[in-house]
Design a protein around this ligand. Structure first.
Ligand code: ADP
Ligand code: MG
Length: 451
């Protein structure tokens, strides 16, 4: 979202949240103008006296910063400047209202594009429809709206959704899009509710309703979460009624989502459903070859065939096996033979071998699952996107190992025993009441202990 587009709302929110009088607002806040944006530096023009600049800097820098972050999600480094100094700032980026921001601002993986997506029998239909949807995003066809992509873990749903988003960003830059995982969406809604902040709720609505294409990944996670589900339902209706394209992914088709309410079920089925199934041998080979090519690596055919023959259900694991061999080869600087490959892949491929389940392994895998680092889980951070994975790690350490609470606390950054109990209880309760949490936990357990 562009801070320029939201500028008026931002200034008004500062007035509202900090209870500024009209005279203060009119004299100091309303005249502020964006002069330039350079990365995360935001240059703001103030009325033309040094005295005003000093005063605004002292009184209103922090309120402005906080509100901007609330509304745009971006933590800008704000610099107030006088008009006479404005000329000295190099125009790094012109302020264009219709142009999309670079892909990293959309939480898109730059490697997940149509170019790198290998088409096979398992995903042909999903791929074709995704491409049509991306091409026609300006005028979505009713029969493809919403597009509902479903399939098991690690089969390419996220890759395909990011491909659609990238395609639209580069070919239809005038379209405003949002890609969000339903976990992130849920956290945003929960945060807004917890803070009781109307402006935050409004910002969420602005963000997701004032757009042309909405992509929501892993919708199964919001099902059953009342407020989030309601918020999404209303957003869906607003966009759908305005003829905007919606793309949803899920690990199951709507009819198998047992706790799905009828109103969702019918809406999800209005447009088009496409599934992605497990790749056949040829597709597995093609994916491995593609990945080799992208990473500029070349293994013996025998090794690639060995992987393709032994890892069948999940493309993430397929890639994981290849990554492991590449890492090993870089580390040891030797050419990998089939024997070394078998040895290295023993834990992944041979179902009888056990990798000891330790708290360290759990922390590592939980962190990876949430795209965080183990250091983040051990850190002091209280931000909700870290707290929850950390609590899940506590819960799993208790359930999957014999470690004492003290030991779990130790491994998670030296936390005390009551913090650990609290964390475990939170997840236990959530687990007891939420199907989506149960699924999440089961999925992570499988990653920790695939047998
Ligand atoms: P899902 O969202 O269904 O769990 P992902 O989209 O995250 O799965 O895919 C898992 C991994 O497999 C990703 O690294 C992705 O790039 C890769 N992958 C999946 N399908 C394909 C494909 N058809 N071609 C190339 N890579 C793929
Ligand atoms: Mg995914």
């Amino acid at each position: 979202m562009l801070v320029e587009e939201k500028w008026e709302e931002i200034l008004l929110t500062v007035k509202e949240e900090y209870d500024l009088s009209n005279i203060v607002y009119e004299s100091w806040i309303k005249p502020l103008e964006i002069c330039q944006i350079d990365g995360n530096k935001l240059y703001v023009l103030v009325p033309p006296e040094q005295i005003a600049l000093n005063y605004i800097n002292k009184k209103y820098l922090t309120p402005l910063k906080i509100v901007i972050e609330e509304i745009t999600g971006i933590d800008y480094d704000i610099r107030f400047i006088l008009p006479e100094d404005a000329k000295k700032i190099k125009p790094v980026k012109s302020i264009a209202h219709t142009e999309n921001l670079p892909a990293e601002n959309y939480n898109l993986n730059p490697n997940y594009t149509f170019d790198t997506f290998v088409v096979g029998n398992n995903n042909k239909l999903a791929h074709t429809i995704s491409l049509v949807v991306a091409e026609e995003a300006a005028n979505p066809e009713k029969k493809f709206n919403p597009l509902f992509l479903w399939g098991g873990v690690g089969l390419g749903k996220t890759h395909l959704m990011h491909s659609i988003a990238h395609h639209i960003l580069s070919n239809h830059p005038q379209l405003r899009i949002q890609y969000v995982s339903s976990e992130v969406f849920t956290n945003e809604v929960i945060d807004a509710i917890r803070n009781g902040s109307n402006s935050q709720i409004n910002a969420i609505r602005e963000k997701y309703r004032n757009i042309d294409v909405l992509l929501v990944d892993d919708i199964q996670f919001i099902i059953g979460k009342d407020r989030t589900q309601e918020e999404f339902f209303n957003t869906f209706n607003v966009l759908y009624n305005a003829g905007k394209q919606i793309v949803i992914s899920s690990d199951k088709p709507p009819k198998e989502m047992t706790t799905l309410e009828e109103r969702f079920r019918s809406r999800f089925q209005w447009g088009c459903m496409a599934d992605i199934s497990s790749p056949d041998y040829e597709t597995r080979m093609a994916i491995l070859r593609k990945k080799e090519e992208m990473d500029d690596f070349k293994f013996d055919d025998e090794i690639i065939e060995y992987i393709a023959n032994n890892i069948k259900s999940n493309i993430r694991e397929l890639e994981g096996a290849l990554n492991r061999l590449m890492a090993y080869s870089r580390l040891t600087n030797v050419n990998i033979t089939i024997e070394t490959a078998k040895e290295q892949l023993e834990n992944i491929i041979n179902p009888d071998s056990h990798k000891a389940v330790t708290p360290e392994l759990i922390v590592e895998i939980v962190a990876e699952h949430f795209q965080k680092t183990p250091e983040q889980l051990r850190s002091k951070s209280r931000s909700s996107d870290i707290v929850r994975p950390r609590q899940i790690a506590m819960f799993l350490c208790k359930n999957m190992t014999d470690s004492s609470l003290a030991a779990i606390g130790e491994i998670l950054g030296g936390r005390d025993h009551s913090t650990i109990i609290h964390g475990i209880e939170k997840i236990e309760e959530d687990y007891a009441h939420n199907e989506s949490t149960q699924k999440l936990i089961e999925m992570i357990k499988k990653k920790i202990n695939p047998n």
